[in-house]
Design a protein around this ligand. Structure first.
Ligand code: ME8
Length: 489
């Protein structure tokens, strides 16, 4: 991760308020929370931005359906997103809403400058529009005449719009992506974006005539600003509005596959136009595209009725267990499946029998042998414990894994250390006392295990902050309390 004077800027997408937060939103937001906590532990100053995307036809229709005013509807759903993130112990720096007045003003200012610089022109758009995607689509985007994601026929649109000269900026964007100046990861996401650019993209319409729920174009009040332009600009308006421009540009935009192209093509193009071509230090450093997951093999969808509310998982497993389970279902960056049965199994195996049991074992051994925590004073003596800690940190390269968003691998390294500690207890049996010599040896093993447990707590801080604190507390007091009670399913 590159930095600006110790400052790091991390973002999630801002989520549509047409429905409440689900597991997909939680997945992205949690990953950024983990990275934020990790970098803060390293002493970095991190700005973590998330929020809600509240304009456009899709939200307007959802509000109408709910019988609410658009603003009232947005207020309600946006506050539910905030609540869900609070429940998951997500520590964002700021929560932006695109209906915030200061955001609306900055978006209008930004577009005025694009117009003054000659990047906007009036034109006629005739084509199809998918309200679900909030984008113009062509025949090749459709399957049997329908949007494959939203299973509905797009609307026919023919209207006067303002267009953005995207096409002329494409060669520059292609060069920046090819040379990794804008880093797109994983590699397959980069290839996908380059493939789309090479096929050629037309200029895009950046305003809508028949959508009233949006920010008005300052020089043409008959039009509202296209919701994607409004939304992408959130990453910029917040820093402008709160005098936080020292964090600019973003070090990482984390996105799902559905919105990759908007972030890798339209977003850098808008910035190149605003800051003038060549201003590459104003562009996002990295866009990472994580996988899309299905639930028990099916796409998460309201119609199927398998949309999972993260609050329900928290009720069942607790906050930190939910955080752990969500991030370890499949490799970060790949598509995968979340299986409800596997969540249960993993809770019992990795948390109740794994981390929870090891903590209880070590704390109990220490108490029975009257060993107080002296973690700051003593050094690890056992070669085996030393080796296990080194392996977690170096061989599995915890930090490198996390910095490259191999979040599941970083957690895997911690679980290897947990397994190694369990094995040490099983083979050393530090409770069997036959003579004075074995008593001294046992004492050393237990002291080492306490140190290893402290190390585990340190490594877990970004992922499971409350659990890390509880483990440290138990080491200090010598009192063992179950961390993850076994669940009977
Ligand atoms: O697209 N698996 O908002 P959105 C993994 N407002 N991640 C998932 C997921 C799944 N099944 N479903 C959703 C928008 N996500 C725009 C963004 S940004 C300037 C504007 C996550 O509410 C994933 O991060 O549809 C995806 O990109 C995002 O939610 C889409 O959220």
């Amino acid at each position: 991760m590159t930095e600006k004077n110790n400052k790091i800027y991390l973002t999630t997408p801002i989520y549509y308020v047409n429905s409440v937060a689900h597991l997909g939103h939680a997945y992205t937001t949690l990953a950024i929370d983990v990275l934020t906590r990790y970098y803060r532990e390293l002493g970095k100053d991190v700005f973590f931005l998330t929020g809600t995307d509240e304009h456009g036809a899709k939200i307007f229709e959802a509000a109408q359906k709910a019988g609410k005013t658009p603003q009232g509807f947005c207020d309600e759903v946006s506050s539910l997103f905030k609540k869900a993130w609070g429940n998951l112990n997500i520590g964002y720096s700021y929560f932006i809403r695109t209906t915030d007045k200061n955001h609306e003003e900055k978006v209008a200012e930004f577009l005025t400058i694009l117009k003054d610089k000659g990047f906007l022109y009036e034109g006629e758009y005739a084509g199809k529009y998918c309200v679900g995607c909030e984008k113009f689509v062509t025949e090749k985007d459709l399957v049997d005449g329908k949007c494959p994601d939203h299973k509905c026929e797009p609307q026919d649109v023919a209207e006067e719009n303002w267009f953005f000269k995207l096409r002329q900026l494409l060669p520059k964007i292609q060069e920046l992506i090819e040379s990794d100046k804008i880093l797109i990861r994983p590699e397959n996401a980069k290839s996908e974006v380059l493939g789309v650019i090479k096929q050629g993209i037309d200029d895009i319409s950046i305003s809508r005539k028949n959508v009233s729920w949006g920010i008005k174009l300052p020089w043409d009040e008959s039009q509202t600003i296209y919701v994607w332009v409004d939304a992408l600009l959130n990453y910029w308006t917040v820093l402008q509005n709160f005098n936080k421009t020292e964090f600019w540009p973003a070090d990482l935009h984390l996105v799902g596959r559905d919105i990759l192209k908007f972030h890798c093509i339209m977003w850098p193009a808008l910035l190149l136009a605003y800051y003038k071509e060549g201003a590459i230090d104003q562009l996002p450093k990295q866009i990472f595209c994580h996988g899309y997951f299905t639930i028990d093999g099916q796409k998460m969808s309201k119609t199927i009725g398998n949309v999972i509310d993260p609050n329900n998982l928290i009720k069942k497993y607790g906050i930190d267990a939910t955080r752990y389970l969500l991030l370890t279902q499949f490799p970060f960056g790949n598509d995968g499946d979340v299986s409800l049965g596997r969540l249960d199994e993993k809770y019992n195996s990795d948390l109740a029998s794994g981390l929870g049991n090891l903590t209880a074992r070590v704390i109990t051994l220490a108490r029975k042998s009257n060993i107080k925590n002296q973690t700051s004073k003593i050094k690890i003596k056992s070669q085996k414990v030393k080796q296990a800690i080194l392996e977690a940190k170096n061989k599995h390269n915890f930090s490198l894994a996390l910095e490259n968003l191999k979040i599941d691998e970083a957690l895997g390294a911690v679980w290897e250390l947990i397994g190694a500690c369990d094995k040490i207890i099983d083979t050393e049996k530090p409770w069997e006392v036959t003579d004075q010599k074995s008593k001294i040896k046992n004492q050393k093993v237990i002291e080492d295990l306490l140190l290893a447990l402290q190390e585990i707590a340190e490594l877990l801080k970004p992922f499971m902050p409350q659990t890390a604190e509880k483990i440290t507390g138990q080491i200090k007091t010598g009192k063992s309390e179950p961390l993850f009670p076994r669940l009977n399913f």
